[in-house]
Design a protein around this ligand. Structure first.
Ligand code: GTQ
Ligand code: FE2
Length: 346
């Protein structure tokens, strides 16, 4: 520490000690900027489905849900995130259930959504609303809602869990509670949310709207057809053709911290490079292509996961004859709500 020629080195060291003894810290005692960056930074990366899938299926030999573990899951582990989640704000897991298995009912402070990947007969019951899950469907389990999953089919089922749990953990607001029974009873309320919001542009006018009830299941067939129709009339130089999943009554993102999108890169399309300080996770649903992130090219095909770190420059290329379809998750809503969101073309 060399602040002034008027004080001796010994006095300066004594003063530094006095600062520490008082439980204080001064940035000028350390090298680096006034406001220190995080010690670890989210890394961009590619996780290949041919490595993920055997692990997801392999868990069935080691772990039984509701017995050995609350959930049979495996997470995307970003080397730049000490807590080993996909990004600093987004947790991505793959969950696997065999026929007849149940993931017991619970509720917790993090918000979650599920993107169904494979198999028939899976369901998630959300506060008594039993939602069947077919490949490509998006199912929400908002913060504090009771939820249990099961497999009523004849083969295994697999989906992706997307949670804002890293944010809730950072805020030290994690809570979790078990339901008194393994499953919730699902009767007259089955498909309630889909019956409340059963057609585009039509929402209930009465109590269900006032109490902010929301759509819990976004069906693949609707989303895929809507994306196709959007492609006929509109595209964007950075994202090509992109739909956002929103809450029908408010237009808000599906979860308060996380937004979900369905993106089409049309055959031959090369997008313009840009960057934004939100973090992004892509799940490849159909087709193949490449994404260049800060000069590294990732070659992707169905089932692959691509993570783009905050402010990383990225662009996509679909060199094939078929469209590529990506399910996209971003923490944009949180950054926007707090006034931190920035994006730029490069
Ligand atoms: O299925 O309810 O991947 O509570 C992490 C936490 C899944 C779930 C996860 C969970 C769940
Ligand atoms: Fe859960």
């Amino acid at each position: 520490m060399a602040l002034s020629t008027k004080i001796s080195e010994k006095d300066a060291q004594q003063f530094a000690e006095e600062i520490r003894a008082a439980g204080l810290d001064a940035p000028w005692l350390h090298p680096g900027p006034l406001i220190q960056p995080k010690k670890f930074q989210v890394q961009s990366g590619l996780w290949k489905w041919d490595k993920i899938e055997p692990v997801v299926r392999g868990m069935a030999d080691f772990i039984a849900p509701g017995k050995d573990a609350e959930r049979r899951i495996v997470r995307i582990a970003n080397p730049g995130v000490p807590e080993l989640t996909a990004t600093h704000t987004i947790s991505i897991a793959f969950q696997y259930l065999l026929p007849g298995e149940v993931a017991p009912a619970h509720r917790h402070s993090p918000n979650a959504m599920r993107f169904m990947i494979d198999g028939q007969g899976a369901y998630t019951t959300v506060n008594g609303d039993k939602c069947m899950m077919h490949p490509g469907d998006l199912i929400l389990t908002p913060a504090g809602d009771w939820h249990d999953h099961g497999n009523e089919g004849t083969g295994p089922v697999m989906w992706m869990d997307i949670l804002d749990s890293p944010v809730v953990r950072f805020l030290e607001a994690l809570t979790m509670e078990s339901y008194p029974h393994e499953k919730q009873l699902a009767g007259s309320q089955n498909r309630r949310s889909e019956r409340l919001f059963s057609a585009p542009g039509l929402v209930p006018a009465g109590r269900a709207a006032e109490t902010h009830e929301r759509l819990l299941a976004y069906r693949w067939q609707h989303a895929r057809e809507a994306l196709q129709r959007l492609a006929e009339v509109e595209n964007d130089p950075f994202d090509d053709v992109m739909l956002q999943y929103v809450q029908p009554t408010t237009g808000a993102s599906v979860l308060p911290c996380l937004a979900a999108y369905l993106q089409m890169l049309r055959p031959g399309v090369e997008t313009r490079a840009h960057r934004h300080n939100s973090s992004t996770v892509y799940f490849v649903r159909e087709g193949s292509g490449t994404t260049e992130v800060n000069g590294t090219t990732y070659h992707w095909s169905p089932g692959d996961v691509i993570v783009v770190a905050p402010s990383a420059v990225h662009k996509h290329h679909n060199a094939n004859r078929e469209p590529a379809i990506l399910f996209v998750m971003q923490d944009t809503p949180m950054l926007k709500a707090l006034g931190f969101y920035r994006e730029e073309a490069v």
